[in-house]
Design a protein around this ligand. Sequence first.
Ligand SMILES: NC(=O)c1ccc[n+]([C@@H]2O[C@H](COP(=O)([O-])OP(=O)(O)OC[C@H]3O[C@@H](n4cnc5c(N)ncnc54)[C@H](O)[C@@H]3O)[C@@H](O)[C@H]2O)c1
Length: 323
Amino acid sequence: MKYFVTGAAGFIGSNLVDRLLLAGAEVVGWDNFSTGDARFLEGAVTHPGFRLARGDNLDVSALTAAMHGCELVFHLAANADVRFGPEHTGKDLEQNTIATFNVLEAMRSNKIRRLVFSSTGSVYGEAAIIPTPEDAPFPVQTSLYGASKSACEGLISAYGEAFGFEAYIFRFVSILGERYTHGHIFDFHRQLTEHPTWLRVLGDGTQRKSYLYVQDCIDAILHVAGLGTAAKAPHHTQIYNLGTPEYVQVKDSIRIICAALGLSPELRFAGGDRGWIGDNPFIFLETKKIQATGWKPKLTIEQGIVKTLRWLAANRWVYERSA
Ligand SMILES: NC(=O)c1ccc[n+]([C@@H]2O[C@H](COP(=O)([O-])OP(=O)(O)OC[C@H]3O[C@@H](n4cnc5c(N)ncnc54)[C@H](O)[C@@H]3O)[C@@H](O)[C@H]2O)c1
């Protein structure tokens, strides 16, 4: 199999590339390095099965040329940070929805019919049903990121219907682990490195979220894509929530982080029930559908947090990079 991975230099994409190469696959990694980092591909670039193609999803002709000869596309490149939508209102539309349209068009031109797409639990907005199953209604969006990913999902299923694409859409909870470069643990660990005696916390700390360790996320993707269930699904599209069957409060997360670092900082809460516009105070996805395929996560949320902290502590350069 020859795979095309968009967002190959990113947190999840680079871990996926390493796993595909380990399994003996040929991989073309595509990235514009806007948030990705060449250091995440240091191992991959020495592998004979890997080819790095630098480029931008908005350049559809370069994208089409780079994809030539591949059989399955893992489309992970995106503006992956939900927080700043109101500060750059066109970015999610451009980097997520238009970029996904370009990926679909490049696949169509190359007659590639298999796609794995990284969507998000943010598409549910503030879900009325918790834990939230895949078929829960989500008529209202609360973030531009969620809205743009929901539009991507619509395009993907329409291409499935029109062109027989076999598509796997995974709605991730927040992902943790090695090469983690954005999210609350990144913020908390950076703050505690800079000022170990106090910690600024967005919201009131009661927000409840679910998390998944990156290798568990990749196990699930590879397991499900390997089953080929989308080929027989209506509209050739399968949607899976991807998370752990547990959640933690931000305060629990702080307790785990402080215990691991041996710190007791003063907590300075910004207040309110959410951290930012579009922050959903309770994200907990039902994962029965994906667990019924035989996959289950190996790590608990607490174990995922501790692994993330260890990686951040050993790779402090990520803070300079994002400063
Ligand atoms: N990390 C999470 O917690 C999480 C949760 C839900 C969904 N997701 C989704 O998973 C995917 C990967 O997320 P991540 O956390 O690895 O993010 P990331 O920012 O680390 O990776 C995204 C990669 O895409 C690249 N990229 C961005 N725009 C591009 C463009 N126009 N052309 C080419 N390359 C481009 C970036 O340089 C980066 O390497 C994203 O689609 C994201 O929305 C992530």
